[in-house]
Design a protein around this ligand. Structure first.
Ligand SMILES: [Ca+2]
Ligand SMILES: [Ca+2]
Length: 254
């Protein structure tokens, strides 16, 4: 009998502990409310930028974007799709959230779904500080130098990645037409060996671009580094220059 009582008491204690835990978990969740953040971005790609400071829209003019994305909502002056990321403040190598966007010739963006709103929205983000990064399928990423605070003024966040002073100090970029631009040449994941690590431009990228240039491939292809729908000598020149410098980027761990 004594033994049974002890067991019941033990069980009660566990139930109370569980209830307390659930109560405190709920309290923590209600304190860290999730909100939506709307962010405007300006960014330029080395491969697409022209002397007048705008980016070429050849992929769209050739119908390659609507073919690739099966999307009727494409804006007329679209350059390509990009990805915008929120990165963990304590450890920027961790992605907190990511959204697709359309990049326009003047460096601004439109949201991917409607192709009308000049900003992207991250729904249900825990309030806090984040770094913003921008990625493109054959360029090196860029990351903001200072974190942005989401939760204080979520509808008024914007970052201009073409202004050097907004960039993370170890970002690799090229200054063209008075703008910081993302560096072209990281051709991304390719199916055949040798495997090609992202965020570094080296002999492997060179290999794939040269191979596709020899075959004169046409279409929406990662090895088309200057985004004109053809892989040729111009793309080989770009990858050679970037791989000669061994341009690379690593998201910092803190
Ligand atoms: Ca690479
Ligand atoms: Ca090309």
């Amino acid at each position: 009998m004594k033994y049974q009582l002890k067991n019941i008491n033990n069980m009660n204690f566990k139930l109370i502990a569980l209830a307390l835990f659930l109560f405190s978990s709920n309290t923590i969740l209600s304190v860290h409310a999730e909100i939506s953040a709307t962010i405007k971005v300006k960014v330029f790609l080395q491969g697409a930028i022209q002397e007048n400071g705008t980016m070429k829209t050849t992929l769209n003019e050739k119908g390659l974007l609507s073919k690739e994305f099966n999307n009727q909502n494409l804006p007329t002056n679209v350059v390509d799709k990009i990805d915008i990321e929120l990165r963990n403040f304590a450890n920027p190598s961790t992605i907190a959230a990511t959204q697709k966007a359309w990049l326009l010739s003047d460096g601004s963006i439109l949201d991917f779904e409607t192709a009308k709103v000049p900003a992207i929205t991250f729904p249900n983000i825990p309030a806090g500080k984040y770094f913003i990064a921008v990625k493109h399928r054959n360029h090196l990423p860029l990351m903001s130098g200072l974190p942005i605070a989401i939760g204080t003024n979520p509808n008024n966040i914007s970052i201009d990645f073409s202004d050097i002073k907004n960039l993370y100090s170890k970002s690799r970029f090229l200054k063209l037409s008075e703008k910081a631009t993302m560096i072209s040449g990281d051709v991304g994941d390719v199916s055949n060996p040798p495997s090609n690590p992202r965020y570094s431009i080296d002999a492997i990228d060179n290999f794939y671009v040269s191979k596709d240039a020899k075959a004169k491939l046409q279409g929406y292809i990662n090895t088309d580094l200057n985004l004109d729908g053809i892989v040729n000598e111009a793309d080989v020149k770009l990858v050679q220059s970037s791989s000669d410098h061994l341009y690379n980027f690593t998201f910092p761990k803190q």
